[in-house]
Design a protein around this ligand. Structure first.
Ligand code: SF4
Length: 417
């Protein structure tokens, strides 16, 4: 995840001071931020859902007591914060009890919801629970969003939920995943964010997990992605320069780091070297390092896009032990510096900034954890290749294996694809 606004504020401050602002980066917490899918059940069946969620019972989910015990385990492992997600986490009857328990343990707690179930009573309870932040998924204006979310009325319900939360003073943000099908709505969503009083915009590239993999042929084209990044970068810069309380964040494509530096070279060349230094310290993709995932059954994964790769289960082992275990080849490589990537990523001058990007796309297309990321939208010239790299890994349409097809059918029980 690239917190653009954090760096934009530094750039704005540098512009006003006439020098790069002093100040040290706070030390990293001992453990990763954990995105925790407390339930896989969801009232929607979105086209890009990595969890292949649907409105059905999923057996084996952690009980309230097990979830509380896991929270203590995570706290002991140095985890600073939890992002409670799903499925739709508000479908868990104990969601507020669990959020309160996490807070009592001193963990930061955010909520990631589709927003459609937030009525006045739930909004009151969300506000009372003291979530640091609530992210609401919204992938386009009414028509686009309802198609994406496979539910007519989803957009109106989500916006209504958003309003109820901002009216209660909650810090709320929009979460948008871009594909070729909804790229046209990005400008309107940025406007919606401001109109509705949301203060964060999370721009996610499509990652190839779950239904996001099934629909990977509809991923945005590189030029679409570059246009979107230009828009987000300009917007984040204006907000920082104007001192607005708005945060712009991107995720699931760490080539955004080098692209940001190129933007700075063009717009604020005097500060580009300092920005590059900061982004090298950031290091790009955080899977298996600063971000972790626990699914609804307690399985631990390097991040949310790796549900097809299990590291262990919190019912059986301490989280800290699972997370430190590099006998798993994927975890060993993710923790390696630099990561053992191949193809054009291995020769890229930005590898130290991007970290080799998400490994999920590479793995879904090739079966190789370390193949080049086909989602990198930078040109050969931009990544410093002096000779043509040959054929790039291209995104082929998803072809289901028998087991995936069965699971996909089960997880989309009512609405045809
Ligand atoms: S080529 Fe690979 S390492 Fe370089 S920016 Fe693109 S994804 Fe990152």
């Amino acid at each position: 995840m690239l917190r653009l606004s954090r760096y934009m504020r530094l750039l704005a401050r540098a512009e006003s001071l006439g020098r790069w602002p002093e100040g040290r980066t706070p030390p990293a917490p001992a453990g990763p931020v954990v995105i925790w899918n407390l339930t896989r059940r969801c009232n929607l069946t979105c086209k890009h859902c990595y969890a292949l969620s649907a409105d059905m019972h999923y057996p084996g989910e952690l009980s309230t007591d097990e979830a509380k015990a896991t929270m203590a385990d995570l706290k002991a492992a140095g985890v600073p914060a939890l992002i409670l997600s799903g499925g739709e986490p508000l479908l868990r009857p104990d969601i507020f009890e669990l959020a309160a328990h996490a807070r009592d343990l001193g963990l930061g707690v955010s909520l990631s919801s589709n927003g459609t179930l937030i009525d006045a009573e739930r909004a009151d309870r969300i506000a009372a629970a003291g979530f640091d932040y609530v992210g609401v998924s919204i992938d386009g204006l009414r028509e686009t969003h309802d198609k994406f979310r496979r539910l007519q009325g989803a957009f109106d319900a989500t916006v209504a939920g958003l309003r109820l939360m901002t009216a209660r003073g909650l810090k709320v943000g929009l979460r948008y995943t871009m594909t070729a099908m909804n790229a046209h709505d990005l400008p309107a969503l940025l406007q919606l964010m401001r109109d509705e009083g949301a203060t964060k915009f999370y721009f996610s590239h499509l990652n190839y997990a779950g239904r996001g993999n099934i629909h990977r042929a509809k991923d945005a084209h590189f030029q679409m992605t570059r246009d979107a990044l230009d828009r987000i970068l300009d917007r984040a810069w204006q907000a920082a320069r104007d001192g607005l309380d708005e945060d712009y964040v991107t995720g699931n494509n760490d080539a955004d780091g080098p692209y940001f530096i190129a933007w700075a070279r063009q717009h604020l060349p005097q500060w580009a070297p300092q920005l590059e230094q900061r982004l090298r310290a950031w290091g790009g993709n955080a899977s298996g390092l600063n971000v972790a995932n626990i699914d609804n059954t307690g399985d631990v994964h390097p991040d949310t896009m790796w549900w097809h790769h299990r590291l262990g289960n919190v019912r059986e082992r301490r989280f800290a032990d699972i997370w430190a275990d590099t006998s798993d080849p994927l975890m060993a490589g993710l923790k390696q510096q630099p990561r053992p990537v191949t193809g054009r990523c291995a020769s890229c001058i930005h590898l130290g900034i991007c970290g080799g990007n998400t490994r999920t796309r590479a793995h879904q297309l090739t079966g190789d954890f370390w193949a080049e990321d086909p989602g990198c939208y930078l040109t050969d010239e931009e990544i410093g290749l002096t000779e043509p790299a040959g054929e790039r890994l291209t995104v082929t349409p998803f072809r289901s294996s028998k087991s995936t097809a069965v699971e996909a059918r089960r997880a989309i029980p009512i609405v045809p694809a």
